[in-house]
Design a protein around this ligand. Structure first.
Ligand SMILES: Nc1nc2c(c(=O)[nH]1)N[C@H]1C(S)=C(S)[C@@H](COP(=O)(O)O)O[C@H]1N2
Ligand SMILES: [Mo]
Length: 332
């Protein structure tokens, strides 16, 4: 497999995609700054911060700021999606199957108190209260594309820390090969748990090296605030190089296991959703192409222009190595 980065994983945006007003207003400053040589990653985060200022959360939830992450791939020059889009166009089947259902129905989710149980093949299993889990490591802001298997995408400033930080603390045993994430399934507060679309609880999993990759984010917030319920409060996973469904919401158990765990969508339709589910424009879903995607919020509805989907969702430079030698048509 070719693992050659064109430009450190940054996407060259069309000029229309870097239009935050501040960039224009600050053009002279920027030119001066560029001339000073302090470009590169610093510039990306500068542009991103500006973009963020225009799509800020309304401030109704508790603040959860994170420092700009320096993990390679964790910043982008692409325009950040509007908070409103990111919080009203969701997949969270426990609250309904329409994109508009989670924002309407997830108000019943009770996120306090909340514990996450770490169990299975680890030397230090235990139960973490959500407040302690948040404090376990420094919060970082990571601006990731989230590409849904259905063909749409968004760019979201997440807040959290690398899952690897937690994994190192709990010390997996040598035979722990996979990490399983079990999410809440509470029929009292989640109206669609019990519906026959999926096998509840919604569970997901990663191979140990995927779980340990610095881009895999244990996520507590977005847009500088704690997660809204519909986005998976109080804690979810975000795995930016995989289709969105790998990023389980409202996690209650992190389990270390020896065998590849069953996962919600794989159990529902194995021929359509594999365990790996890496974003791959060259492997079509049996019922539709994965070659292009539609950025939510770009306008134009059904006729919105579609952009080319990138291998590993644009994170090939960072994660391609994990799959060296694997036939990605077989391990889709
Ligand atoms: N528990 C749970 N987690 C879930 C889902 C779900 O239905 N239940 N949907 C997944 C899918 S298909 C996607 S695309 C992302 C959407 O995340 P977002 O709504 O924050 O954009 O969440 C994923 N995590
Ligand atoms: Mo999805």
């Amino acid at each position: 497999m070719l693992i050659q980065s064109r430009d450190n994983g940054f996407i060259h945006p069309r000029s229309s995609e870097i239009t935050p007003r501040g960039v224009y207003e600050g053009r002279r400053d920027m030119l001066k700054w560029l001339a000073s040589g302090a470009a590169g990653a610093a510039m990306a985060s500068w542009a991103a911060r500006d973009a963020l200022a225009q799509v800020a959360a309304p401030g109704k939830l508790a603040p959860l700021p994170g420092v700009k992450s320096t993990v390679p791939g964790a910043q982008t020059m692409e325009k950040v999606s509007d908070y409103k889009d990111a919080t009203s166009y969701n997949n969270y089947y426990e609250f309904g199957t329409d994109k508009g259902d989670p924002v309407k129905n997830a108000g019943t989710l009770k996120t306090k108190p909340w514990t996450v149980e770490v169990e299975g093949l680890v030397k230090k299993p235990g139960k973490y209260g959500i407040e302690d889990l948040i404090k376990l490591s420094a919060q970082e802001e990571r601006i990731y594309r989230l590409r849904c298997v259905e063909g749409w995408s968004m760019v979201i400033p997440w807040v959290g820390y690398s899952l690897a930080e937690l994994i190192k603390k709990v010390e997996p045993q040598g035979n722990a090969k996979y990490v399983e994430f079990v999410t809440l399934a509470d029929p009292k507060t989640m109206p669609f748990v019990g519906s026959r679309v999926l096998d509840w609880p919604y569970a997901e999993g990663l191979r140990m090296d995927e779980a340990m990759h610095p881009l895999t984010l244990l996520t507590f917030g977005m847009y500088g605030e704690v997660l809204p319920n519909q986005n998976g409060a109080p804690v979810r996973i975000v795995v930016p190089w995989k289709y969105g469904f790998k990023s389980g919401k409202s996690i209650v158990k992190i389990r270390f296991v020896e065998k590849e765990p069953g996962t919600a969508w794989n159990k529902a339709a194995a021929q359509e959703y594999g365990f790996y589910s890496n974003v791959n424009p060259n492997v079509d879903h049996p019922r539709w192409s994965q070659a292009t995607e539609r950025r939510i919020g770009d306008g134009g509805g059904l006729f919105a222009k579609r952009t080319k989907t990138q291998m590993f969702n644009g994170y090939e430079a960072q994660v391609g190595q994990l799959y060296a030698g694997m036939d990605l048509k077989k391990f889709y």
